[in-house]
Design a protein around this ligand. Structure first.
Ligand SMILES: [Zn+2]
Length: 259
């Protein structure tokens, strides 16, 4: 097998294995529990999950989504999170190759996957991910020439500051709280990892996609505008779009204006 194919398989497996750990984070972090111990247990009967039943995606498929001990259903979300993180890691590897950029963005995207599902479940973005994330992103910027510490630092300030401004304006005009402080810290973390140029792109993309999905849900479910949709997942999607297509989309947009 060519070496790159082996690497690619390894990248997927690495992402899926970390996805398995993300599942633990998604379920335990909001409850304030440790993500290290105790080892994974069946949510139904509490029996310990054996290593061979804990292989990402495969074990769930082989056991047809049931616990080996009690036969209780195990949510399809576990393998889906593993698959998602595996594919995301594979895509990062194919785009950036074996590099420091790949490793850093792999850590960043894995954090985004955890944040997305925690925000969907609980409408919170845990500070224990976003605040260390800001520090880690800034630290990494010193070793990534395309990022650089200045762009990272401005990204933190611009990311945090611009959402604070949007939240403040929204409250001023709508007379209610629209955006959580968690979103502000998340965008600051994105600025730290991707630099200040990513910030306007992420705000624009996430607002656009968020409005489309929000309006669609309102029409489908016939709910009023008070429907609370967490914004974190859209910010995460915006950041991933920026990583893979940011340059292409920005160039396309600038070309439209130049015509
Ligand atoms: Zn069980």
């Amino acid at each position: 097998m060519p070496q790159m194919t082996l690497f690619a398989i390894f990248a997927f497996a690495l992402g899926a294995a970390v996805g398995s750990f993300l599942n633990v984070c998604i379920y335990r972090l909001p409850a304030g529990e440790s993500v290290v111990s105790p080892p994974s247990r069946c949510p139904g009967c509490g029996s310990k999950i054996r290593p061979r039943d804990n292989v990402p995606v495969l074990s769930w498929l082989l056991l047809r989504g049931r616990c080996r001990a009690c036969g209780g259903r195990i949510s399809a979300r576990y393998p889906l999170v593993e698959l998602l993180n595996g594919l995301l890691t594979l895509a990062l590897f194919l785009k950036f190759g074996p590099s420091l950029t790949f490793l850093v963005l792999f850590v960043f995207c894995s954090a985004l996957v955890a944040i997305t599902f925690i925000d969907l479940d609980h409408q919170i973005i845990p500070d224990v991910i976003s605040l260390p994330g800001i520090a880690v992103g800034f630290a990494c910027s010193f070793f990534l020439p395309w990022l650089g510490w200045k762009s990272s630092l401005i990204g933190i300030v611009a990311g945090g500051g611009s959402l604070l401004l949007v939240a403040w304006l929204y409250e001023l005009f709508a007379k209610k709280e629209g955006m959580g402080g968690g979103d502000v810290k998340l965008l600051a973390m994105m600025g730290a990892f991707l630099g200040w140029r990513a910030v306007p792109f992420i705000i624009f993309a996430s607002s656009l996609i968020g409005s489309i999905i929000g309006v669609t849900l309102m029409v489908v479910q016939r709910k009023d505008a008070k429907l609370a949709i967490p914004f974190g997942p859209f910010l995460a999607l915006g950041a991933v779009l920026y990583i893979f297509f940011g340059k292409t989309i920005i160039l396309w947009y600038l070309n439209l204006g130049a015509r």
